[in-house]
Design a protein around this ligand. Structure first.
Ligand code: 4SX
Ligand code: FE2
Length: 343
């Protein structure tokens, strides 16, 4: 795990442990409960009239997803856990020095979470940093309680940004390392970056942004990904399955992408690999490699590139979008559409 380092500007970034939770605004909490709890098998840790606090079976902290009822579906914020309470001060200074709006919240502003710092980052996302969070009961061997996708834990955030190199530089300055990229000779089309010792905590998809592309949730076995698809199929609800199931090129994970009742995208993701060595090398995929996004060469559906959730700013209004300067979906793999690499 890279230690926080003094950067050229002398400001130490917060020591981020991992991607920890997201809060989504949903329009019908009962439908969302059906989707996330009954179908995906997340655990209800806390419930209020207007919000649900959910977690996976392996998680030992209060929640990894908050669903809050609102009039317009959106992503409210992405939260990272930091190593010590002093990292909250580091986050405040780091983002303050970049001219970003910063707000400090007392313990309890989010149920189960201690003091926190929320910023509107240079990419336009509201990002929260916290250290303290309530511990919860171990459920990983309560096989009797498991259902649906049997989600184990949150794995990553995937965000849509118009300028991939700018997002890469920002997260690199925050102490993230890069595991894999999609690029060609000159352009960077996508990148996967981590703090915990897996392929990623955050990845970037090119497009009009800021928007949330998806939340990645870890399941332990490919069988759980397949079973999720079978359950939606059996109920005649296959429209919730957007892409896959398949094997990713990038990350080598087995995956399926689903859309929730508000159109928020999530990925059920399993079996990526260890990245914790200090000299872990970057794996670079050529944008014309047909195996990069699906190892079996299956085409990526257009909606996956184009659709994403709007995000809220610190003022709780939807952030305006900036158009992208590159479009990976427009890169032709082969003129005949058969995946032949052309230049
Ligand atoms: O589509 S990719 O194979 O590039 C991919 C997408 C790899 C890992 C992910 O988590 C993802 O969302
Ligand atoms: Fe993903």
């Amino acid at each position: 795990m890279p230690a926080p380092q003094t950067r050229l500007d002398g400001i130490v970034p917060p020591d981020i442990v991992r991607s920890a939770y997201a809060e989504l605004v949903v329009t019908d909490l009962a439908r969302s409960r059906w989707f996330w709890v009954d179908m995906l098998g997340m655990v209800v840790q806390h419930e209020e009239r207007d919000a649900l606090y959910l977690r996976g079976f392996d998680e030992l902290t209060h929640h990894s997803l908050v669903l809050r009822r609102g009039d317009t579906a959106a992503a409210d914020r992405l939260a990272f856990r930091v190593r010590s309470p002093a990292d909250l001060d580091r986050a405040e200074r780091f983002f303050g020095a970049r001219g970003c709006p910063v707000k400090r919240f007392p313990a309890g502003a989010t149920v189960g979470v201690g003091e926190s710092v929320r910023v509107e980052d240079p990419l336009g996302f509201v990002v929260e940093f916290f250290h303290d969070i309530d511990p919860v009961e171990r459920l990983h061997q309560r096989y009797d309680l498991r259902r649906g996708a049997e989600i184990a834990r949150l794995d990553h955030f995937n965000i849509v940004v118009p300028d991939i190199p700018a997002a890469f530089a920002h997260y690199e300055s925050l102490g993230f390392s890069c595991s894999e990229t999609i690029e060609d000779g000159e352009k960077l089309y996508a990148a996967w970056m981590y703090r915990k010792q897996t392929v990623h905590d955050v990845a970037f998809t090119g497009g009009a942004g800021p928007r949330l592309h998806h939340l990645g949730f870890f399941a332990h076995e490919s069988a759980q990904v397949l079973r999720t698809c079978d359950i939606f199929g059996s109920l005649g609800l296959e429209q919730h399955i957007e892409r896959g199931p398949g094997r990713h090129g990038v990350s080598n994970a087995f995956y399926v992408y689903l859309r929730d009742p508000d159109g928020h995208r999530l990925e059920v993701y399993t079996s990526d690999y260890f990245t914790g060595d200090p000299d872990h090398p970057v794996l670079r995929w050529n944008v014309r490699d047909p195996r990069r996004r699906d190892f079996w060469g299956n085409a990526v559906i257009e909606s996956w590139y184009k659709e994403a959730s709007p995000v809220l700013g610190l003022d709780a209004t939807i952030q305006p979008l900036r158009e992208a300067n590159v479009d990976e979906s427009a890169v032709r793999v082969g003129a005949d559409g058969l995946g032949v690499v052309t230049s």
